[in-house]
Design a binder for this molecule. Structure first.
Ligand SMILES: Cc1cc2nc3c(=O)[nH]c(=O)nc-3n(C[C@H](O)[C@H](O)[C@H](O)COP(=O)(O)OP(=O)(O)OC[C@H]3O[C@@H](n4cnc5c(N)ncnc54)[C@H](O)[C@@H]3O)c2cc1C
Length: 374
């Protein structure tokens, strides 16, 4: 039986980042991933500029830029029934936007991160859903759906917004308060599409269209479950989608944050610990940053070979709260509006009449200097 220093459950951006940085420090790390890689995922496929400092640390910035991807130069905001507004982004003349927003398939991005974790020494088992977790004399035993068992003193739950680890540890508030659902499809470019990043407020929810290159685009929609069918049909009409496409879905869109992201050698990062509203496209950057933050704390204060300590737990809890405490007001505002689509549909046209305000909000979200990553 191999005993690992750390088992990371979930090989998405948070899990692979944390595993890669811990493996780089020499720990015996294993990633257990439920899906068979590479895999697609419900996501808008937008990388916020705040990801680049973490990708630099992972030695991956050039490799990510070599993957099939596009860089949008304008965001087009629209509200059904009103004229649309274009906001230029990533202008060479604006140094605050020097790191680019990039559109990239999650299938490619997540596979590259997981491969990097393996290069740095982490083990990676895909097609391995974790179903149970128990503790014997200070060591955690993880059980897979197949019945196989793995052991480590520390476990990281990086298994996304429906984290099994958080649920088994009773760290989620009893019920997600959110009845919304997200759906996503990769579609051929709609006729006349100019490759802009298009954010649209519908009567029942919102959607985003992003250019993946090679004539394909990512279409994402968010709405209450009972309004989704209507929204999907409206979006299909709007974008002229006449042939069947494969829609993937995910729920909940938001949920109360996990009670404690660190306790008793069980740590949560990425969406498992806290989700942010998809509208601003910051979830991947928070996943990378919380994964890196956790790796730094686990590898410095006492190191991975010493037993888990309450000092490490406390350090992570504080640093995690700080990471999410800053600069999320625009994200919270979009969540409020998305949860109240009628208010959103009334107020969004006012924003469209004030391009400088919308431009200010866009720059706030896209300026990596507004994140706390150095
Ligand atoms: C509609 C929508 C659109 C979005 N658009 C964007 C966007 O454009 N840009 C952006 O930055 N963010 C976006 N997000 C958010 C983003 O997708 C997430 O924040 C990000 O994926 C979180 O990364 P993670 O590593 O924490 O979790 P995930 O990416 O969810 O990865 C978790 C991994 O854990 C695995 N797993 C789950 N359960 C188990 C188990 N029991 N055992 C083992 N493995 C398990 C899963 O298979 C998965 O690979 C969007 C979200 C939604 C819902």
């Amino acid at each position: 039986m191999i005993r690992y220093d750390l088992i990371v459950v979930g090989g998405g951006p948070a899990g692979s980042t944390c595993a890669a940085l811990c493996a780089q420090q020499g720990g015996r790390i294993l990633i257990l991933e439920a899906a068979r890689f590479p895999r697609d995922k419900v996501c808008g496929d937008c990388l916020n500029p705040a990801v680049w400092p973490i990708l630099d640390r992972l030695g991956l910035s050039s490799a990510v830029r070599c993957l099939p991807s596009t860089i949008p130069s304008i965001i087009r905001f629209s509200v059904s029934g009103h004229p649309e507004l274009e906001i230029p982004i990533q202008s060479d003349r604006d140094p605050s936007l020097s790191l680019e927003e990039r559109i990239i398939r999650r299938r490619d991005f997540d596979a590259l991160l997981a491969a990097r974790a393996c290069e740095l020494g982490a083990g990676f088992r895909d097609n391995s859903p974790v179903t149970n977790l128990r503790r014997y004399s200070g060591i955690w035993e993880i059980t897979l759906a197949s019945g196989e068992k793995y052991h480590a003193p520390r476990i990281i739950g990086a298994d996304g917004r429906n984290s099994v680890i958080a649920r088994l540890q009773h760290r989620y508030p009893p019920k997600p308060r959110d009845a919304r659902i997200g759906i996503q499809a990769h579609i051929p470019h709609p006729s006349g599409y100019d490759g802009s990043l298009a954010m649209r407020i519908y009567r029942n929810g919102y959607g985003g269209l992003a250019d993946l290159g090679s004539g394909m685009a990512n279409l994402c929609l968010v709405a209450n479950k009972d309004s989704m069918r209507e929204l999907r049909l409206e979006a299909e009409r709007y974008y002229g989608i006449s042939t069947p496409v494969v829609w993937r879905s995910i729920t909940p869109i938001s949920r109360g944050q996990a009670k404690e992201p660190a306790r008793d050698g069980i740590y949560l990062c990425g969406d498992a610990a806290r989700v942010v509203e998809p509208f601003t496209g910051e979830g991947i950057s928070f996943a990378l940053r919380s994964g890196a933050l956790l790796a730094d704390i686990l590898c410095t204060s006492g190191g991975l070979t010493s037993p888990p300590s309450s000092l490490q737990d406390r350090s992570y809890r504080l640093a995690h709260a700080q990471l999410y405490g800053r600069n999320l007001w625009i994200n919270r505002l979009t969540r409020f509006l998305s949860e109240h689509p009628r208010i959103a549909h009334l107020t969004a046209p006012l924003l469209l009449r004030h391009p400088s305000l919308l431009s200010f909000l866009t720059k706030k979200v896209l300026n990596p200097k507004n994140s706390d990553v150095e």
